[in-house]
Ligand binder design. Structure first.
Ligand code: MLC
Ligand code: AMP
Length: 507
């Protein structure tokens, strides 16, 4: 691969249709962006970023509401050759402070209402530039980029060059920045283009409904790269609303969602075979899709949801087939180029059908954790397989089933919540002796957290107050849905809290 051609943006741009005046993105607010608009807008932003004289490999950290301009900022960062760092809009100052301190971005972009506190944190951490970008096409970034040229030469990149840092929380300690390269993302996008049978404009043309947030792998990479590398139009929804999705379904062919989105769509009376008659493909991932949801969807719409499995460190790993049986409760087979094995506690591959730890290798697997060489080394085997932390089995037909996780993690509505982070926060509150946070089944979010808290001798704790404290400091989706003050926590002979018992008790 030549240097220039390894820049992911160059490949996405190459796939734009010949008619650059055609609509690339239509928003739920009725705005239309042509392919030319995308190319010009990203060129101007890229030129502006390059005019700042940033160092090689500079990182651009972005916490903004979903908008087409925010997508352009991502693409502009790629084409200018810098490193994009997306941040969940729910993160509050303690969380943002950590990410900025750890990544040391050269540029931070936030929404105008957050400029005060975000810029204070950023300038303290040594960030040179803080710009604003709002979801109504305003902000200092756009004002400044408006003066830049709309001609830009895509920065040359090698496959191993860093493109994105995406933070994933740790089961112990602080979040880790997974470093994804241009090569990681390009290889995955090209594989999925074939595997999911994307139809380019000339063949009837896919249209993707984009309803997910754009700060995680699912919405930012799987959905956006999928559409762009195929030259497919996107119907761009500012946020997920089942009624709005239903209204757009008749003009779309592809939809991607976390299981909660399917559960909420099923609750709509208007979801029937007529509503989905032009749809080609429904894809689910980021969390386990319950068999009930899979079956209910089949019965109601006549479509079989295609479930796939991936993670921030690897992008997509497995997928049910586009052609052929899509088996509910499984995440399909390893994608072409992905080596997946299941091993026992000693790291020895188990027999077909036996449950063990899932390890993977492939061109999609990340380059390591940002500035954490020891952590990176721990997560890879001597022969170069990445330890996913997921537990599963592979059956004789090659279908992979995820049965659990060795990492202590709750996946709620597609967002990862790490009990260790919440427990350490709760344990620091006055009067708290110790705590445990466990995940329990939830009809809407799949799984939600429950906090069990033990008071110090003589201290009186108020469960409601504990939740309020959490809400005031942490991203809202992390806050447990329930908190109980308990006398003690069940422990095994080794003194370890028996979370399995708590999960049973509070389900
Ligand atoms: C919102 N809340 C959540 C939550 N989302 N609580 C737990 N889990 C969540 N996921 C909180 C809100 O703050 C609010 O709390 C209350 O729950 C009700 O909110 P809501 O109005 O129902 O939520 P809504 O805004 O509609 O959001 C729900 C959602 C959203 C499902 C649309 O969570 C979402 O977009 N999820 C997708 C996440 C995603 O893209 N994951 C991909 C990760 S990539 P309160 O107290 O304020 O009322 C990855 C790799 C891979 O995992 O394989 O793809
Ligand atoms: P993240 O760190 O947000 O990238 O989350 C990745 C994790 O989500 C994986 O390690 C899995 O535990 C989980 N995950 C993703 N897709 C699926 C799926 N289809 N079924 C079960 N778990 C999934």
């Amino acid at each position: 691969m030549s240097e220039v051609s390894a820049n992911l943006y160059a490949h996405l741009r190459h796939a734009f249709p010949a008619d650059l005046n055609a609509t690339a993105i239509e928003t739920d607010a009725g705005q239309h962006y042509s392919w030319r608009d995308l190319d010009r807008g990203t060129a101007m932003m890229a030129n502006f970023l390059q005019s700042l004289g940033l160092p090689e490999g500079a990182c651009i950290a972005v916490q903004v509401e979903k908008s087409v301009e925010a997508l352009m900022l991502y693409l502009a960062t790629l084409r200018a050759g810098y490193v994009f760092l997306p941040l969940n809009t729910a993160y509050q100052s303690a969380e943002i402070g950590y990410f900025i301190g750890n990544a040391e971005p050269a540029v931070v972009v936030c929404s105008a209402p957050n400029f005060g506190w975000v810029s204070t944190l950023a300038f303290k951490a040594g960030t040179a530039w803080v710009f604003t970008l709002n979801d109504d096409r305003t902000g200092t970034l756009l004002e400044r980029a408006a003066h830049a040229s709309d001609h830009q030469v895509v920065a040359p990149k090698r496959p191993e060059d860093l493109a994105v840092i995406i933070y994933t929380s740790g089961t112990t300690g602080r979040s880790k920045g997974a470093m994804l390269t241009h090569g990681n993302m390009l290889s995955n996008a090209l594989v999925l283009k074939d595997y999911w049978g994307w139809r380019s404009a000339g063949e009837g043309g896919d249209v993707l409904i984009h309803a997910l947030p754009i700060f995680h792998v699912h919405g930012l990479f799987v959905a956006i790269h999928g559409a762009l590398i195929n030259g497919s139009k996107m119907i761009w929804l500012a946020k997920f609303d089942p009624k709005v999705v239903l209204a757009h379904l008749p003009r779309a062919t592809v939809f991607m969602g976390v299981p909660t989105l399917y559960v909420r769509l099923l609750a709509e009376a208007g979801l029937d075979r007529a509503a989905v008659q032009h749809m080609r493909l429904f894809i689910s991932g980021s969390a386990p899709l319950l068999l009930d949801t899979f079956t209910a969807w089949q019965e109601r719409t006549g479509h079989t949801i295609l479930e796939r499995y991936g993670m921030s460190e690897t992008i997509m790993l497995t997928s049910n087939p586009y052609q052929g049986e899509r088996r509910g409760g499984t995440v399909g087979m390893p994608l072409p180029g992905v080596h997946l094995r299941v091993v026992d506690g000693q790291g020895v591959a188990v027999k077909t059908g036996v449950i063990g730890d899932i390890q993977v290798k492939g061109p999609n697997v990340f380059a390591g954790y940002w500035r954490m060489p020891e952590k990176t080394a721990e997560e890879f085997t001597a022969d170069g397989f990445f330890k996913t932390g997921d537990v599963g089995r592979v059956d004789a037909g090659g279908f992979v089933t995820i049965v659990g996780r060795s990492k202590d993690l709750i996946i709620s509505g597609g967002y990862n919540v790490y009990p260790a982070e919440l427990e350490s926060f709760i344990n620091d509150l006055p009067g708290v002796a110790e705590s445990a946070v466990v995940g329990v089944p939830h009809a809407d979010f799949g799984e939600v957290g429950v906090a069990l808290v033990v008071a110090k001798p003589g201290a009186a704790l108020d469960a409601g107050r504990i939740l309020l404290e959490l809400k005031a400091r942490l991203a809202n989706y992390k806050v447990p849905k329930q908190c109980h003050v308990v006398a003690d926590l069940p422990r095994n002979a080794m003194g370890k809290v028996q979370k399995n018992l708590l999960r049973e008790q509070y389900r």
